[in-house]
Write a protein that binds this ligand. Structure first.
Ligand code: SF4
Length: 214
């Protein structure tokens, strides 16, 4: 849908467009679910971003879309406060071992994260074309891992991202609490961490992202 930019859309029109975008996410882009929430429900927390550094992720400081290069949490909070709505998106990861089994997850998780980033980028683009030109999408994982296959980040190296149309920062890189987002959307989610839990004990795994619309 391509729509003319107008000075102000009615609440009714905005809600109608949001529902169309949710349908697009679920029916065409293959998201498992997508839920509209007030942007004010999105929690930005300094501790989330700190978890990128403790324990230090191997993408910390190595990817232009990861901390410490992402905006400070106060800027993120101020930015989000300008939006009224967001669409929270999830995609179930099957088999769950692709996230939960640490012996294979480094290889397999990136495939799911790449596909999920494409969903978020396409949804953001669809919102843009529908007249919501400030739509802003955040996915999950590090694009250095899921797109650049752990090569040197070309943006940090030479100022040119290899995958500008797909690469999106993760919600967590912006200090947004992805677990809380999933709970706010009404989804089950488990803290799948390294080592301590057998993959057989993990009921489900998911990618979680968000597109701020207006
Ligand atoms: S896609 Fe690659 S080049 Fe672009 S920001 Fe991510 S790591 Fe850097």
């Amino acid at each position: 849908m391509l729509e003319k930019i107008v000075p102000c859309k009615s609440e009714e029109k905005i809600k109608e467009d949001l529902l169309k975008l949710v349908t697009l996410a679920k029916k065409e882009l293959q998201a498992t679910d997508a839920v509209i929430i007030p942007a004010s429900k999105v929690v930005v927390d300094e501790r989330v971003k700190m978890k990128c550094a403790v324990p230090r992720c191997f993408n910390y400081g190595s990817c232009a879309n990861c901390p410490p290069y992402t905006p400070d949490v106060e800027t993120v909070r101020n930015t989000i406060s300008k939006y009224s709505y967001a669409i929270v998106v999830k995609r179930n990861v099957t088999p769950v071992e692709h996230f939960a089994d640490r012996t294979s997850s480094l290889t397999n998780a990136k495939v799911h994260e790449r596909e999920f980033a494409q969903i978020i980028a396409k949804l953001e683009n669809a919102a843009f074309s529908a007249g919501y030109y400030l739509a802003l999408g955040l996915a999950g994982g590090s694009c250095r891992n899921y797109l650049c296959n752990d090569k040197v980040c070309q943006y940090l190296d030479s100022g040119r991202c290899r995958y500008i149309r797909i690469a999106r920062p993760s919600v967590e890189a912006y200090g947004i609490d992805a677990f809380q987002l999933a709970v706010e959307a009404g989804w089950d989610i488990y803290p799948i961490g390294p080592q301590h839990v057998s993959p057989k004990e993990v009921p489900l795994a998911l990618n979680v992202g968000i597109v701020f619309i207006t």
